[in-house]
Design a protein around this ligand. Structure first.
Ligand code: S3P
Length: 171
């Protein structure tokens, strides 16, 4: 694939298991630009895992840190960023993303999300819970908000490279 430098940062949003990190890495490679995982940046800034941040600071503490880290990342030169599933739900974070980046919702159906998160989860919102039930509720709550993204791409099974190319064509 030819190397096209991106004019603006591309931010991937969507539920846990939609493929944000996996597709984001391929998309960055395909566009010849840097890939950044906001969750990983939050963990390194805090010196703790996401689960530990939830335990120590609660979900609201995590959301505050998430907003600060994403705001900082959005000031970097254009790149591809994967965000945690809840980031775009936070109004302030969403406004920042909308202002400074192209947002892409990776939309996936419930079966796909359940399949992709089927292993024992490191994700605090899923751990020890019925994934289908939690993800089904989150879908109802979040899909209307994810729909505010600039671009929507249906995430499907299959090679992440193909999905990345689809996103590259859509932005
Ligand atoms: C969350 C999704 C996670 C992580 C945290 C909360 C959410 O990221 O930020 O566990 O609220 O949907 P992934 O979507 O990358 O799993």
């Amino acid at each position: 694939t030819s190397e096209i430098k991106v004019p603006r940062t591309i931010v991937l949003v969507g539920l846990m298991g939609a493929g944000k990190t996996c597709i984001g890495k391929r998309l960055a490679a395909c566009l010849g630009t840097e890939f950044v995982d906001a969750d990983a940046e939050i963990e390194s800034a805090a010196g703790m895992s996401i689960s530990e941040i939830f335990e120590v600071h609660g979900e609201s503490g995590f959301r505050q840190g998430e907003r600060r880290v994403i705001a900082r990342l959005l000031r970097r030169p254009p790149h591809v960023m994967a965000t945690g599933g809840g980031a775009f739900m936070n109004e302030k974070t969403r406004e920042l993303i909308k202002r400074r980046a192209i947002s892409v919702w990776l939309r996936a159906d419930l079966d796909l999300l359940v399949r992709r998160t089927s292993r024992r989860s490191h994700r605090p919102l899923l751990r020890g819970r019925d994934h289908r039930e939690v993800l089904g509720k989150l879908m109802e709550e979040r899909h209307p908000v994810y729909a505010k993204a600039d671009v929507v791409v249906d995430s499907a099974d299959g090679p992440p490279e193909a999905m990345a190319e689809q996103v590259a064509r859509a932005v």
